[in-house]
Write a protein that binds this ligand. Structure first.
Ligand SMILES: Cc1ncc(COP(=O)(O)O)c(C=O)c1O
Length: 367
């Protein structure tokens, strides 16, 4: 008999009160304005400008295309250094912008790109570093900025996991030349699908406006349809208003997991609340010690108890032939990818269920 009678998902989107969505929809219907920079989108962008403390925010159809847009509109050429340990979208965006990804290893405590590895890979072909803040943990922003300044190259952050996070007293978007936030349904704040782009140079705005709207106006090198609709913006605004509640729930849940897991040997917490970090992460990954056994077998045992987990992120992207890069040694990314597993983690996860999940994990490891 599985421990849970029905499947516990690894994540579940925040579903705001349907009556708030219905009221917003009536407003959208009354105006008859469904997309192309409508009033819902403008209001959502204003809310995000307040959160990110800057007027330079744009909303796009998803996070992946937002990364592609910024790489394209910054008119980069040649190579972009990206971490080997990340979601495939990071490297696909580089390819889709006509650039070549060069994979760097990560640092083992934050799982973000190792500045020393970045430095070693920089050449005169490098035009940007695309670093990824991981699972709510910030990159080594000061070291990366120094490299970017010394080399005169761009520093862009994939901050897909970071909405609501502040670091060293500033919104995480304040670091680098630009930061992309995913608003996918699995994120702490979502718009069903969506992406937000925060950038330092206001001159990017007309280029981005052209890029997302088929290149019309001619300000961008390329164009596609990457506009956010009024319906998505509506959901995004309503979910964003719940951020304090969502964050409080996630922090409580993290404390429950932390406490329960402290009694299990061989399982390490991944999330490090490094100095100066504020805000809730939407992920709860763990790392298995090598002597604990196979991560994949533990995942299978949990699946038999109806507990959904994920091997986020495995394999390292430099092992994916689609990116066509020469094999570069990334031993830390390789090691972490083989031992990491994300537990179910979402604002509305029942606290008692979290305790049962840890019990099942303990049993899976013991057997
Ligand atoms: C690190 C990272 N980058 C990019 C993305 C892509 O974002 P989206 O799903 O909004 O396109 C994700 C999605 O989860 C991600 O985890």
């Amino acid at each position: 008999m599985p421990l849970f009678p029905s499947r516990v998902p690894v994540t579940r989107p925040v579903l705001p009160d349907i009556s708030a969505i219905a009221a917003g929809l009536e407003d959208v219907w009354a105006r008859g304005w469904l997309t192309n920079n409508g009033p819902q989108l403008q209001a959502f962008r204003d809310d995000l400008c307040t959160l990110f403390e800057t007027p330079h925010v744009d909303l796009l159809a998803n996070g992946a295309v937002a990364l592609e847009a910024v790489l394209d509109c910054m008119e980069l050429e040649g190579e972009v250094i990206v971490p080997a340990f990340t979601f495939p979208a990071t490297a696909h965006a580089v390819l889709r912008a006509g650039l070549k990804p060069v994979f760097a290893d990560i640092e083992p405590t934050r799982l973000t790109v190792d500045p020393e590895a970045v430095e070693a890979l920089c050449t005169d072909r490098t035009s940007a570093i695309l670093a990824v803040h991981m699972f709510g943990m910030p990159c080594f922003v000061d070291a990366l900025q120094k490299i970017a300044d010394r080399r005169g190259i761009a520093l862009i952050y994939d901050a897909a996991h970071m909405l609501g996070i502040r670091y060293q007293g500033r919104p995480i978007s304040a670091y680098g030349d630009a930061a992309m936030f995913s608003l996918h349904a699995t994120k702490v704040v979502h718009a069903v699908e969506g992406g937000a782009l925060v950038y330092r140079d206001g001159a990017l705005r007309p280029k981005l406006a052209s890029f997302v709207n088929h290149g019309i106006g001619g300000a961008s090198r390329r164009g596609t349809n990457a506009k956010m609709s009024e319906l998505h913006a509506l959901v995004g605004r309503i979910v964003l208003a719940e951020l304090p509640r969502i964050s409080a729930r996630l922090e409580k849940l993290r404390a429950i997991y932390d406490d329960a897991l402290s009694g299990i040997s061989g399982v390490q917490r991944v999330y490090n609340m490094c100095d100066g970090l504020e805000g809730a992460s939407g992920f709860y990954p763990v790392l298995f010690d090598k002597d604990v056994g196979s991560r994949d077998e533990i995942m299978a045992a949990l699946a038999a108890d109806n507990i959904d987990t994920r091997a986020y992120f495995d394999p390292p992207l430099n092992e994916d032939p689609r990116f066509g890069t020469e094999p570069v040694g990334t031993p830390v990314a390789k090691d972490i990818s083989g031992r990491i597993m994300a537990l179910p983690f979402f604002a509305d996860l029942d606290h008692e269920d979290a305790g049962k999940i840890v019990m099942a994990l303990k049993r899976a490891i013991e057997t």
